[in-house]
Design a protein around this ligand. Structure first.
Ligand code: RNT
Ligand code: ZN
Length: 422
């Protein structure tokens, strides 16, 4: 039997087994086709960007590893993304940071950026039928060296970063307009303190004021949506983070912004899955930074953990696919960077498909009837339903490698392309 017909046969059996639990696998695959995951450009070059300012990353961001072959130019990064996307089923999005501006040799400061510096990225996305998301970059810059940006006590420094934020929203709107797909522009700042501050209030009041200025201009929400990302602690900001979760949650509710939930930004045992329905009762849309913290906000490659499955279940079972923007946020320089994109993105999609083929109607019914014995029993039985057969079939139908076959392609790319970069 050919490999194709084996995959088809396994799928047919799985399809019947799912149907017996009241699950329509065709419907699930159709739903998955409609999900775009935002691939973070910064996995491709260790959050380097192309400013060549010779600055440390800073801001509490830390990338470890020195695996050879990282992208050194925008063209290399796009080629690497092309490679990754060719083995990921579905149509996805690009999440770009402003430090990936292409300045064609001249110095363009962050408070001078405009859409001009991103036209190659927009053209690349257009060619691929992808939407874009965007991020101002408040780190790896002399004016962020103190660890403070939008909350800095010096007005001139604050104003520099405010102008950066204003320009990035305009760039985001231009991206959304050019591609006909709404851009989410996400503000994350590193501001915080290593040791216990005595004044927690003033920096937060300054940040609120700076955000008001960044967001002052009304932008058509069809083109750009603003998101704000909080955090519990960072390296060098262990004792105090100005933009805490509560700060941004409150700001978002009052100012009609999206809140970004990054899976690595809470206490180590605190997941973000439970926050999704909590926040979405009061906020229209949210952005996720799907990540994997190991003991701290380490930004490991996303794996198919219970945490990831819980996130996907909340999105799918809550009917939130049109209100949750799914982005990835991790950076691992210790393995092939293209493989890192592929592993994390395929895992995100697997988790979503798993949630889509779960016997949720049955589970809901027993829960509603107060039969928690059946709920637990069926939840556990659902774990071993033949999900893999559906996933393989989906990959085949989407024209991407099935199982680990994608790795052969990435290895070949490493041999032919990545290993030649010095
Ligand atoms: C940092 C935040 C932020 C960054 C990116 C590079 O802790 O998670 O989202 O990872 O902006
Ligand atoms: Zn993040």
């Amino acid at each position: 039997m050919s490999k194709t017909s084996k995959i088809e046969q396994a799928y047919q059996l799985a399809c019947e087994q799912y149907a017996a639990c009241g699950v329509d696998t065709e419907k699930a695959m159709k739903a998955l086709r409609g999900v775009a995951v935002s691939l973070h450009c910064w996995q491709g070059d260790d959050v380097g960007g192309f400013e060549n300012a010779g600055m440390d990353l800073g801001g509490g961001l830390a990338v470890t590893g020195n695996y050879p072959g990282k992208a050194r130019t925008a063209n290399e990064l796009r080629a690497d993304l092309d490679m990754a996307l060719s083995v990921i089923p579905g149509k996805h999005r690009l999440n770009l940071h402003s430090i990936y501006a292409e300045n064609s040799g001249k110095k363009v400061e962050r408070d001078e950026l405009g859409v001009e510096q991103f036209k190659n990225w927009i053209a690349w996305c257009k060619k691929n039928g992808m939407g874009m998301d965007f991020n101002p970059s408040f780190f790896a810059h002399p004016k962020a060296a103190s660890g403070l940006t939008l909350s800095h006590p010096d007005k001139a420094i604050r104003n520099f970063w405010i102008e950066h934020g204003i320009r990035c929203r305009e760039v985001g709107a231009a991206m959304g307009k050019a591609l006909g797909k709404t851009c989410v522009t996400n503000v994350w700042i590193p501001d915080g303190m290593k040791d216990t501050p005595v004044d927690r209030k003033a920096p937060r009041e300054r940040l609120a004021d700076s955000l008001d200025k960044v967001f002052a201009k009304k932008i058509n929400p069809k083109f750009n949506l603003d998101a704000i990302e909080g955090k519990l602690f960072g390296i060098g900001s262990e004792s105090y983070v100005v933009g805490s979760h509560e700060f941004y949650l409150a700001y978002a509710v009052r100012n009609n912004k999206l809140v970004t939930l990054d899976a690595g930004h809470y206490h180590p045992t605190e997941g973000i899955a439970d926050k999704i329905s909590s926040v979405l009762t009061q906020i229209d849309e949210i952005l996720l930074h799907v990540s994997r913290g190991v003991r701290w906000d380490s930004d490991h490659v996303v794996t198919l953990t219970d945490d990831l499955q819980a996130i996907a279940q909340e999105i799918v079972w809550g009917g939130y696919l049109n209100r949750v923007h799914i982005g990835l946020d991790y950076f691992d320089a210790s393995i092939n960077r293209v493989a890192a994109w592929v592993i994390g993105t395929r895992n995100m999609l697997k988790a979503l498909l798993m949630a889509m083929v779960a016997p949720i109607d049955k589970l809901r019914a027993v829960e509603a009837a107060g039969d928690f014995t059946s709920r637990l029993a069926l939840q556990e039985e659902a774990r071993t339903l033949p999900f893999a057969a559906v996933w393989d079939y989906y990959c085949m139908k989407q024209g991407v490698p099935v199982g680990s076959a994608w790795l052969d392609e990435v290895k070949l790319y490493e041999k032919n392309v990545l290993s030649k970069r010095q």
